[in-house]
Design a protein around this ligand. Structure first.
Ligand SMILES: [Mg+2]
Length: 478
C-alpha cells in the first residue's frame, strides 16, 4: 500500500495520492482502503475515490501505519426524505373520491408511456412506477388513470422544501418529492437526527396532508436505503457503515441503488448475486464494470463520502427551444427530424449551465393556434439523444393535425453538482453508445436533407440558423 503525507495540495496532472488508510468492518474482515485523488489536466480535483485493498487483519494493517482506530462517530448525519406515492397521494388528498382506489398517474392506457407513480392500492395489482402503461393496464384494467399535473406537484414540492430547509444546513433536491438533508450541525448526534426526522414527518402530515418516509444515516446511499426500508410512512436509521453492510450483505445486488437490471444481469452471469459476493470478488466486479464496478464495490463496503450539495431547482424552471414554420406541417416524420435539432439545442444550453432535467416536454401549436404540451418524467436527462427519443415518443401520442410550431425541452432542472449518480456516470460505454446513437441520428438527417449537420452544430445552436435550416429541411423533405 502506498502512503502519502495526506496533503494533496500542489498536485499535478495524473498524480495519484494514497491517503491515510482507513478501516471498516469487524476485525476479522477489516478492509483497508486508500483515498485516491486524481487530478485534472488543469490541476482541479477531478475525483476522489476510496479504493478498497485486499481484506487484511486489523492488527496487521495497524502495524503498517502506526495509526489507531478511533472511536467511530458520525462525520455526516444525512436524512433522506421521500414522499410516499407522491403524485398519487397529492391527487387523493385533493379528491376524496380517489382515495382507496388503484390510481395510476402517468400515461393513459392506449398511449405509449409509463407509470410515473401509482397508489399503494394499485401496487397490490403489481403495478409500479416506470412500468409500461400497457402492462399496467393489463394488470389493473379497473384502475383510475390520470396524466400528471406537474405544476401542482411542483407547488407542493416548494412547500415541502420549506419544511426541509428549516432543519438542514444543505438541502439537495433530487426529485420533486425527494431530497437529501445535511443535518450534521443541527442534529449533533443520532438522537438529534431522530427528533428532526420525527418533526419533519409530523409537519408534513399536519401542514401538507401527506406522508413521507425518512431515513437517517451516515451517508447518502445509506440514507436512501433507509428511507426505502419501511415505506410507506416509514422511519429507519443506519448509523454506521457496519449497520449498512449487515443490513444488505445477503440481499440481491440490486439493493445497491445504482445497480439496474442490465448491470445486475452482468453480475449474475459471473455468479455474483449478492452484496456478499461483490465483497468477496471485487476484482471481478471491477473487471466487469470498470469505474462503475469500483463504485459498486465501495458501496458494498459501506463507503460513500459524497456530500449533500445544496440545490434549489425552483431557481430554474426549464430549458426549451421551439421553431415556428412558415407553412403548417402535416408530415410527422419531418417533425421527428426537427426534434433532433431542438434536442441538440436544449442539450447545448443545459450543458452550458451545468443543468439537466428530470423530465422532457413536447410543445405543439396546431394550425388553429391551439397549443398543447406533453411531458414525461425522465431522471437525469441532459443528452440530446434522450431528449429526442422521449420527445419523439411524446409526438406519437398527440393528435395528428397540421402543426405551426414545435418545441422540445427539459424541466424540473437540477444542477450538475446535485446530479444523482446514474449508471451512465460510471459507464463509459453507455456514453459511447449515446454518442454513436447521436451520430446515427445526424447521419440519417444528412442522408435525408443533404446537409452536413454534424459539421455545423455550433451554428445550429443559434436561433436564426436553426430557423433557416428547419425551413430548408421543410422545403426539401421527401
Ligand atoms: Mg417518492
Amino acid at each position: 500500500m502506498r502512503r502519502a503525507a495526506g496533503t494533496v495540495e500542489g498536485a499535478s496532472a495524473g498524480d495519484v495520492f494514497a491517503g491515510q488508510p482507513c478501516f471498516f468492518g469487524p476485525a476479522r474482515e477489516t478492509v483497508a482502503f486508500v483515498l485516491l485523488s486524481v487530478y485534472n489536466e488543469d490541476g482541479g480535483n477531478a475525483m476522489k475515490r476510496r479504493f478498497p485493498v485486499r481484506p487484511v487483519r486489523q492488527e496487521a494493517a495497524l502495524r503498517g501505519t502506526g495509526t489507531e482506530v478511533k472511536a467511530k462517530r458520525m462525520e455526516q448525519i444525512i436524512i433522506h426524505v421521500d414522499m410516499d406515492a407522491f403524485f398519487a397521494s397529492v391527487e387523493m388528498r385533493d379528491n376524496p373520491a380517489l382515495r382507496g382506489k388503484p390510481l395510476i398517474i402517468g400515461s393513459l392506457p392506449g398511449e405509449r408511456g409509463v407509470v410515473a407513480t401509482c397508489s399503494y392500492e394499485a401496487r397490490r395489482y403489481g403495478v409500479h412506477s416506470a412500468m409500461n402503461i400497457k402492462e399496467a393496464f393489463r394488470l389493473c384494467p379497473n384502475g383510475i388513470y390520470m396524466h400528471p399535473n406537474i405544476d401542482k406537484y411542483r407547488a407542493v414540492s416548494g412547500q415541502l422544501r420549506e419544511i426541509w430547509s428549516a432543519y438542514a444546513s444543505a438541502v439537495e433536491t433530487i426529485a420533486l418529492d425527494e431530497a437529501y438533508l445535511d443535518v450534521t450541525a443541527q442534529a449533533g448526534d443520532l438522537e438529534g437526527a431522530r427528533r428532526i426526522a420525527r418533526t419533519i414527518k409530523q409537519r408534513t402530515r399536519a401542514e401538507i396532508g401527506l406522508t413521507c418516509s425518512v431515513g437517517v444515516a451516515y451517508s447518502k446511499t445509506a440514507a436512501k436505503t433507509a428511507s426505502e426500508e419501511k415505506k410507506p410512512d416509514g422511519y429507519f436509521e443506519i448509523p454506521t457503515p457496519e449497520d449498512f453492510v449487515s443490513l444488505i450483505i445477503d440481499r440481491d445486488v440490486r439493493v445497491i441503488y445504482t445497480v439496474g437490471q442490465m448491470t445486475a444481469e452482468k453480475l449474475y452471469a459471473s455468479g455474483i448475486r449478492t452484496v456478499r459476493a461483490i465483497r468477496e470478488n471485487p476484482e471481478t466486479v471491477i473487471r466487469l464494470l470498470g469505474k462503475q464496478g469500483q463504485w459498486i464495490t465501495n458501496l458494498a463496503f459501506g463507503i460513500d463520502d459524497r456530500k449533500v450539495t445544496p440545490y434549489c431547482p425552483q431557481d430554474a424552471k426549464s430549458i426549451s427551444r421551439e421553431v415556428t414554420f412558415q407553412e403548417d406541417v402535416t408530415h410527422y416524420g419531418f417533425l421527428r427530424d426537427v426534434l433532433v435539432l431542438l434536442a441538440l439545442c436544449v442539450e447545448h444550453r443545459a450543458r452550458r449551465y451545468g443543468l439537466y432535467g428530470n423530465g422532457v416536454t413536447l410543445k405543439l401549436t396546431y394550425f388553429n393556434m391551439k397549443s398543447i404540451t406533453r411531458s414525461r418524467l425522465i431522471p437525469a436527462c441532459d443528452s440530446a439523444v434522450m431528449i429526442w427519443r422521449e420527445s419523439a415518443r411524446l409526438l406519437e401520442t398527440v393528435e395528428k393535425r397540421p402543426v405551426r410550431l414545435i418545441g422540445a425541452g427539459i424541466y424540473n432542472l437540477s444542477g450538475e453538482e446535485g446530479r444523482q449518480l446514474t449508471i451512465e456516470d460510471f459507464f463509459d460505454d453507455a456514453r459511447a453508445r449515446r454518442d454513436r446513437e447521436l451520430k446515427e441520428l445526424l447521419d440519417g438527417l444528412q442522408n435525408r436533407y443533404r446537409l452536413d449537420f454534424a459539421g455545423h452544430l455550433e451554428q445550429l445552436y443559434q436561433a436564426d440558423t436553426l430557423h433557416r435550416t428547419v425551413e430548408y429541411m421543410r422545403k426539401h423533405m421527401k
